[in-house]
Ligand binder design. Sequence first.
Ligand code: ADP
Length: 356
Amino acid sequence: MPSHQSPFRQTNLEDREPLPPDPISEVRNQEVVRCLKQVIEPTLKNDIISLGMVRNLRVVEGYIYLRLYIGRHQHDLQTEIQQILAPLTWCKKTYIQVCTIPGVKTTLAISSGKGGVGKSTTSVNLAVALSLQGFKVGLLDADVYGPNVPQMLGLGRAEVKVIETSNGQKFLPLEAYGIKVMSVGLLAEPEHPLAWRGPVLHKIVTQFIHDVEWGELDYLLIDLPPGTGDAQITIVQESPICGVLLVTTPQQVAVSDVRRSIHMFRRVGIPVLGIIENMSYLICSKCGEHTPIFGSGGGKQLSMELHAPLLGQIPIDPLLCNGGDTGAPLTLVNPDSTVGQVFVQMAGAIATTFGD
Ligand code: ADP
C-alpha cells in the first residue's frame, strides 16, 4: 500500500502490479470529486474539475492526495479546497501538490493534429497580438520535431544563458519584440534534427517547463509538437495549461487529425478553448474575392461537432509566410492587415476570457 508520507513521488504507479479495486476508496474518490466541483474559479466561472486544474486525485486510507495546476493568481484555491474537504468525516488529511510555473498567470497551449498547418506561425503572431495589447508574453517553443519559433522572431542562433537562482540553475529566455522566448531549437546543433526519444525526451521537455526563469508573465504560450505523441502528452500533463487552441487547415485530413487531438486533450482533462482555421481562403490581390482553395467549412464543422468555438479564420497571405522567413511577424509589421486583425481579435477574445 502506498505510504502517505511521500504522496507525490510515485510517478511510475502504472508500472506496478495493479492494486485490487478498493470499493471504499472508489466511493470516497467520487465524494471528493463532488465536493471539488463546488469550488469555482472566479474569473472563468467554472469548477476546478471541469477546468482540468485537479489531476492525479487519489484517496488512500483516508488520506486525499491531489495535484492542483494553477497560475500565479490562483493560490487561494488551495485554502478553498481544504475548507470544502474538511467536513468529510473519514478524511484524515488532504495533501495538495501545487503545480505552477513561477511568475506565470495564464498558460495556453497551441496544438495541431499534424505538422505544416501553421501552428508556429499562429503561436508567434498570437504572442505578438497579445503583446501589442500591453500584456507580458512568453513563448515556449516545445515543438521538438520542428522548432522554428526563434527564426520566425528573428533570433537566429542566439545563445541560451543559464543563470543561478534561489531555486537552482535556470535557462534565461531570449527576448524578441518584447516577447520572452525559449525554444528547444536553441539547444540543438544547426541543421541537426532533434532525435530525442523516451526518457531523454521526457527529461528535456520537463526541464523546459520547470527550468526557465520567465519573470512575471501574463501569458505563456506553449507551441506544442504536432499530433498526440509522447512529447505532447508529457508537456500537457506536466504544465498548468488553462486551455488549448487547436490549429487546423480546412481539408478533411487535417480536420480528422484535429479530432484525434481534441479527444486526447479531453481524456487528460485539459479544456479545448477553440479551433483556429488557418489558410482558410486566398484573397485576390486585384478584386479582393475570397477563394477557399483548400476547401471550406472544415473548421466550422469541427467546431459544431466538438462543441469548441471557431476562434478565427486566417487567410493565406504570402506576407505572413515572408514575415516568418524574415523574422518580422506580419501582425507586428502590419497589425491592420486582414491577417493582423484576425490575430488582434483572437488576442482580444483570449483577454476577455481570462479577465484581463
Ligand atoms: P507548423 O508549425 O504547423 O509546422 P508553420 O507555422 O511552420 O507550420 O507553417 C508552415 C509554412 O506555412 C511556413 O512556411 C509558414 O510561413 C507558412 N504559412 C502558415 N500559415 C500561412 C498562411 N496563412 N499564409 C501563408 N503562409 C502560411
